[in-house]
Design a protein around this ligand. Structure first.
Ligand SMILES: Nc1ncnc2c1ncn2[C@@H]1O[C@H](COP(=O)(O)OP(=O)(O)OP(=O)(O)O)[C@@H](O)[C@H]1O
Ligand SMILES: [Mg+2]
Length: 338
């Protein structure tokens, strides 16, 4: 890539990042929906504040875009402590983790994104650090190398994962609080769209917020992204206020499915039905046909399709449901009628 392309790309990324940061709620009160999780988190944070001690370690799991990173920011904000961010894939060697751990300050929050992807040795180092607040630092090389235990200040680990099942149980059990985020209800997403529209100064009616919410796959990140595209429509069409019909027209241009399914969801349903006669089919075969990793299919597409009743998972494999078939059928009717 030529140097200036790289530059303009990163400038675009930075602009996107900026508007995303504007939309990220900073306090638990402004975090929309997920009422049980909010209640548990509120009690947990209030107790830690009252004790004047660092909060216990927290594990956040759930599909992408539901608010795991946002909650980690909220914990650091509410506890008024700094937040250090790393991720499983960023820790290549246990030494990388050792140096992060040994530089933490009392009370600091260490956010480890994609924690299920930490290398095994780093994982073991983390158990000890989380439980005993100690890290063993290797000094020297070869046969003369010795490990020196270094004690650490008390800190809080917040782990985020889209694959809770992949976390080994010794690591999972070291988290004092484990919260599982689920897809948002349309009413909650409607409120989220309303809040974001206000922040971004996009004029939009209540009906239109609901229409957007219904097409957002239960996911705040998608709702915010679609809202921005509706914002483009308002600008270009010189609309005073985006109504339900404007949302429909704008999102049709972007081929957003009326049920909120994305391209991979539809491709998965279509492969299930057309290539595998509706199933049952194993994950690996499905992944091969779609050219996607099994992990993406299992952590991104399937949870939503199963929850919404478009497909089921049986012991023999994945099977499409009547609702899934109807959905493919209605898509085809759209194609034929246009
Ligand atoms: N409950 C919420 N209320 C308002 N906005 C939210 C909420 N949850 C998420 N968002 C918005 O959605 C965006 C995506 O959330 P976030 O980055 O926290 O998701 P994530 O679970 O960390 O995703 P990933 O697994 O891809 O890292 C955030 O920028 C934030 O603006
Ligand atoms: Mg995240």
């Amino acid at each position: 890539m030529p140097e200036d392309d790289k530059l303009s790309f990163s400038a675009k990324d930075a602009a996107l990042e900026l508007s995303d940061e504007k939309l990220r709620p900073r306090t638990l009160d402004s975090f929309i929906g997920q009422s049980e999780i909010k209640e548990q988190m509120r009690l947990f944070l209030d107790a830690a504040k009252k004790r004047k001690k660092p909060a216990d370690h927290v594990l956040l799991s759930g599909p992408p875009g539901l608010g795991k990173t946002t909650l980690a920011f909220i914990v650091s904000e509410e506890m008024q402590v700094p937040l250090r961010i790393t991720s499983g894939p960023a820790v290549q060697h246990p030494g990388d983790l050792a140096s992060i751990l040994s530089s933490l300050e009392e009370g600091e929050v260490l956010f480890i994104d994609e924690i299920h992807r930490l290398p095994k040795v780093a994982e073991e180092m983390l158990y000890i650090a989380m439980e005993d607040f100690r890290v063993d630092v290797m000094v020297g090389k070869g046969p003369g190398a010795t490990s020196i235990p270094l004690s650490l200040p008390h800190f809080t680990v917040i782990g985020a994962t889209t694959r809770e099942g992949m976390l080994p149980s010794p690591l999972r059990t070291r988290f004092g609080l484990s919260l599982r985020l689920d897809y948002y209800r349309p009413e909650d997403l409607k409120e989220l769209v309303r809040r974001s529209a206000e922040i971004l100064s996009i004029p939009i009616t209540d009906d239109a917020c609901m229409e957007l919410a219904l097409r957002s796959r239960g996911t705040p990140r998608i709702a915010n992204r679609l809202l921005k595209r509706v914002g483009d429509w308002v600008t270009v069409e010189n609309a005073k206020k985006a109504g339900k019909e404007d949302v429909k027209k704008a999102l049709d241009i972007y081929q957003v499915d009326p049920s909120g399914l994305d391209r991979l969801d539809v491709a998965l349903l279509s492969a299930l039905e057309n290539q595998f006669g509706g199933g049952p089919v194993g994950l690996k075969n499905l992944a091969a046909v779609l050219g996607e990793s099994s992990e993406t299919i299992e952590s991104v597409s399937e949870p939503y399709l199963i929850r919404e009743g478009f497909m089921v998972r049986t012991r023999k494999g994945r099977v499409i449901t009547q609702k899934g078939r109807d959905h493919l059928g209605s898509d085809r009717r759209d194609l034929f009628s246009s």
